[in-house]
Ligand binder design. Structure first.
Ligand SMILES: [Zn+2]
Ligand SMILES: [Zn+2]
Length: 271
């Protein structure tokens, strides 16, 4: 199963389990369909030749080097497909952006490509499109090129910050911690017990909150920077797909926001 089909199947499965998130999940399943078609059309060999980096200390991909002259027309096609997807607001925005012309489309893509850019400045459609491209290219990077520094928290493949954390039993490491990239979806292993966003390592300042309703997803709060990330425990729920579990649990984000916490990185739907 492709990444996209796996996410789509999980979104549709969770739709009935999570009535409060059903609309987002149904919408997301449609977006995944368009992302999958976009991903299938990425000229992998040509674009990898441009963006793959072998420099020591650099991320495996330098997505800022994507040939925007070739990327923008594909983004325009993506926008046309998205005119039939999602809420009325999403459709209207897709139409508006599709009609806006090269210059605005290019700016939207540049915002989505800027490392660590705030979600507020990267428009939804640009982020969804770049996710499809980045995920496809990241899947073709040789493991040897993408070396992991266990102390780092940004993505070793594309440099973006993480969206969600994971716990799973890996070979030789029970309960190993991972971070899933918010742009290319690559999961990296990390040394845990530090805040992903500010590096706080005093365990008394790192707090865990869980809800009985979703025992496999918890909130990891840092009292120093007042940010949080969700952790998906794949030992409790082997069929979980971290990016989808994050979208399916907006009630945890609302709770965290009520506590005065902000999310380190918002998901595609801005939660
Ligand atoms: Zn990445
Ligand atoms: Zn922190």
């Amino acid at each position: 199963m492709s990444t996209w089909s796996a996410r789509r199947a999980r979104a549709l499965a969770l739709e009935s389990e999570s009535p409060h998130a059903a609309e987002i999940l149904r919408c997301y399943a449609d977006v995944l369909g368009v992302q999958e078609r976009t991903a299938a059309q990425v000229p992998v060999r040509e674009w990898l030749a441009t963006v793959q980096s072998s420099d020591v200390g650099a991320t495996a991909l330098s997505l800022g080097r994507l040939p925007l002259g070739e990327v923008v027309p594909r983004f325009a096609g993506f926008l046309v497909a998205m005119e039939a997807i999602g809420t009325e607001v999403m459709r209207a925005e897709a139409s508006r952006m599709a009609a806006s012309g090269d210059a605005e489309q290019r700016l939207a893509l540049e915002a989505a490509l800027a490392v660590g850019s705030d979600d507020e400045v990267a428009p939804f459609h640009a982020r969804a499109f770049i996710e499809a491209v980045a995920t496809t290219l990241a899947g073709r990077v040789l493991p040897a090129v993408a070396s992991e520094d266990p102390a780092a928290t940004t993505c070793h493949v594309c440099g973006a910050p993480p969206l969600v954390a994971t716990l799973r039993d890996a070979s030789g490491a029970l309960g190993a911690g991972g971070l899933v990239c918010s742009r290319c979806g690559t999961e990296r292993r990390v040394r845990r017990l530090t805040c992903v966003f500010c590096g706080e390592s005093d365990s008394t300042r790192l707090r865990i909150h869980s809800a009985e309703s979703v025992p496999h997803v918890r909130i990891d709060e840092c009292e120093s920077c007042r940010r949080y990330i969700k952790t998906v425990d794949l030992r409790r729920r082997g069929d979980a797909v971290p990016i989808v579990e994050d979208l399916a649990t907006p009630e945890l984000d609302l709770w965290a926001r009520d506590q005065g916490l902000s999310k380190g990185r918002a998901n595609l739907f801005g939660m």
